[in-house]
Design a protein around this ligand. Structure first.
Ligand code: HEC
Ligand code: HEC
Ligand code: HEC
Ligand code: HEC
Ligand code: HEC
Ligand code: HEC
Ligand code: HEC
Ligand code: HEC
Ligand code: HEC
Length: 336
């Protein structure tokens, strides 16, 4: 190709890309988010006044403010103005009506009269009574899937679909720590998943309540493309990220059983040893018959040898997850 043609092709490409961008711009939201918030509050006449104006006359929310200002979210500043990127009104909506007429004197007078607040907070967004998806939308206008990567699958996730909202898990005003701390995660999840808590009280359980691992090692509560909100594509991958020695591939595999570790194990807790879904030998007897072993000498069977095994099959079949070594007769029987 000569240079002129290359330039020609390139300029056509650039024109197409620019045209594409213009098209994208046109398909952006019809009303800006701020107008939208006014609509949620039902007040198109309210204005944004900034945290300073909001809170200057009254000290009621000083603690909330201090905690929020020192959180990661509250510490972000706008590049152009240096003002906070996220302030009270980012979530509560425009505040001008709420503080109309509030002066230090009025606040003082009210305090003497025993009136708790002069703030007309009913003109703000009634966050607690919004439907769950609208509540989450307050957060999602900034935390889009692109900005906060683990929210990529939020909309299709089982939590969003079942009306769980961001603020059910993230208590914005609990303190400066907006993320749920790993060690507190389980208690937070148990608020709604009491049945799972019961498993962690069983004799054999993953050390979650001991604080050695966390619900979020296996689950992403924000939504995933997998079933049961698993972070990894399959149950097997979920388990082998920590139990790598069970991953294989082995020369002798247990049919395709180990494709799903839950063929034999429970993920959270179990009344049986080793998180097994059933006790041995019953676990194995679901699919196999018991058997006896012929004497190695070929002679008369002793009483012991006539007996069928109804104990722990894995006393002999100890390599139950797969092995590269055959049994003595050359077959893959997970003996060694
Ligand atoms: C990121 C969103 C967000 C920001 C920013 C925010 N809030 Fe809130 N606020 C909420 C949510 C959600 C609730 C609902 C209750 C809850 O989850 O704690 C709430 C509740 C409240 C309440 C009621 C508390 C209660 O116990 O019922 C007050 C007061 C409040 N916020 C004040 C403020 C002040 C003051 C600021 C600014 C310093 C602020 N908020 C910034 C999201 C936010
Ligand atoms: C005006 C934009 C905006 C809104 C609205 C907003 N956030 Fe944020 N949030 C941010 C920014 C910016 C950060 C800091 C950068 C980051 O971690 O992505 C942040 C950080 C966070 C963090 C991480 C804190 C940490 O310690 O890493 C959490 C959790 C969070 N936000 C939750 C929420 C929730 C829940 C809501 C809705 C109630 C919400 N945000 C609403 C902009 C926003
Ligand atoms: C079922 C509980 C739950 C819900 C619902 C939830 N989160 Fe989270 N979120 C968590 C937990 C637990 C963590 C900490 C572990 C992690 O990063 O997954 C977290 C972490 C985060 C972080 C920090 C991510 C990082 O990489 O550091 C942000 C930001 C966040 N959530 C925003 C949101 C927003 C926005 C929503 C609503 C659209 C939301 N979350 C809904 C439980 C939840
Ligand atoms: C505010 C309540 C609430 C909280 C808090 C909550 N969940 Fe859920 N969760 C639900 C609801 C509702 C469903 C959907 C109905 C169901 O399957 O029980 C669900 C579903 C799930 C599922 C999928 C079940 C399935 O069949 O696919 C998993 C996994 C899950 N939650 C894990 C968690 C984890 C981990 C946490 C803590 C980080 C958590 N949840 C916190 C309410 C909650
Ligand atoms: C070792 C990984 C792991 C950990 C840690 C873990 N889970 Fe699970 N969880 C799973 C797997 C795997 C499933 C899928 C079960 C299935 O498909 O039958 C599951 C299923 C669930 C379900 C769906 C309900 C059900 O019984 O099918 C809920 C709810 C749940 N987990 C909540 C939690 C909570 C809450 C925690 C923390 C206290 C937690 N999980 C910790 C692996 C884990
Ligand atoms: C985040 C790491 C992690 C993941 C993921 C994980 N495990 Fe574990 N597992 C552990 C730890 C830690 C122990 C406890 C070891 C100990 O106590 O010595 C354990 C113990 C076990 C035990 C022995 C329990 C007992 O009572 O001694 C079994 C069986 C087990 N895991 C199976 C699984 C299965 C099946 C999965 C997938 C659903 C899985 N693990 C996923 C970390 C993990
Ligand atoms: C055919 C049933 C079966 C399947 C499938 C299975 N296991 Fe096991 N697993 C067992 C039995 C039985 C034990 C108890 C071993 C013993 O008594 O020696 C056990 C023990 C364990 C232990 C604890 C003891 C040890 O060897 O570290 C871990 C961890 C474990 N399994 C992980 C897994 C993982 C990960 C998978 C999926 C890749 C899986 N298992 C699939 C039957 C199974
Ligand atoms: C869900 C059904 C299932 C369970 C539970 C199960 N197995 Fe298996 N097992 C199979 C399948 C399928 C094969 C592969 C059969 C084949 O390849 O011909 C197999 C193969 C075997 C073999 C090799 C058989 C041969 O002919 O080479 C042994 C030994 C074995 N299992 C022992 C056990 C023991 C011990 C347990 C309990 C810890 C157990 N199995 C649990 C289904 C199961
Ligand atoms: C005392 C050790 C021992 C115990 C206990 C034991 N096995 Fe075996 N098993 C063997 C030996 C040895 C073989 C033959 C290996 C060979 O010929 O390669 C075998 C073979 C098998 C086979 C291959 C098919 C067959 O019948 O030849 C299966 C399946 C099997 N055992 C399942 C079980 C189950 C299920 C249990 C528990 C109920 C169990 N075993 C308990 C030692 C034992």
């Amino acid at each position: 190709m000569n240079r002129a043609r290359v330039i020609g092709v390139l300029s056509i490409l650039i024109i197409v890309i620019i045209a594409g961008c213009v098209e994208l711009k046109r398909s952006s939201p019809i009303i800006p988010a701020k107008e939208y918030e006014r609509m949620i509050a039902g007040r198109l006449d309210a204005e944004y006044v900034g945290t300073e104006t909001c809170l200057s006359a009254c000290h009621e929310h000083d603690d909330i403010r201090a905690a929020f200002d020192s959180s990661t979210m509250g510490a972000q500043l706008k590049r152009d103005s240096g003002l906070p990127l996220v302030d009270c009104e980012s979530c509560h909506g425009p505040g001008s009506l709420a503080i109309k007429g509030i002066t230090k004197e009025l606040v003082e007078e009210n305090r003497k009269k025993g009136i708790k607040t002069a703030c007309n907070y009913k003109t703000l967004i009634d966050i607690n009574n919004l439907p769950a998806p609208a509540k989450s939308l307050i957060c999602l206008k900034c935390h889009t899937g692109n900005a906060t990567f683990n929210l990529h699958e939020w909309n299709a996730g089982v939590h969003a679909v079942n009306d769980v909202s961001c603020s059910d898990c993230h208590r914005i005003h609990q303190g400066p720590d907006l993320k749920v701390r790993p060690k507190e995660t389980a208690q937070m999840c148990f608020k709604c998943h009491e049945d799972i808590k019961a498993y962690y009280n069983m004799p054999s359980h993953h050390p979650v309540k001991e604080g050695k691992m966390f619900c979020t090692d296996c689950h992403d509560p924000h939504g995933t493309t997998t079933e049961s909100l698993l972070r990894k594509a399959t149950v097997r991958e979920t388990c082998t990220q920590c139990h790598g020695e069970k991953e294989g591939p082995f020369l002798y595999e247990h049919g395709d059983l180990t494709e799903n570790c839950l063929s034999c194990h429970m993920p959270h807790g179990s009344p049986n040893n080793n998180l097994l879904s059933l006790r041995e030998p019953f676990l194995c007897l679901q699919c196999h018959d018991s058997h006896r072993i012929n004497t190695s000498t070929g002679g008369e069977l002793t009483l012991d040898e006539k007996r069928y095994f109804f104990g722990r099959c894995t006393d002999c079949h100890s390599q139950i997850h797969g092995t590269d070594l055959p049994s003595t007769t050359g077959k893959g029987r997970f003996i060694q």
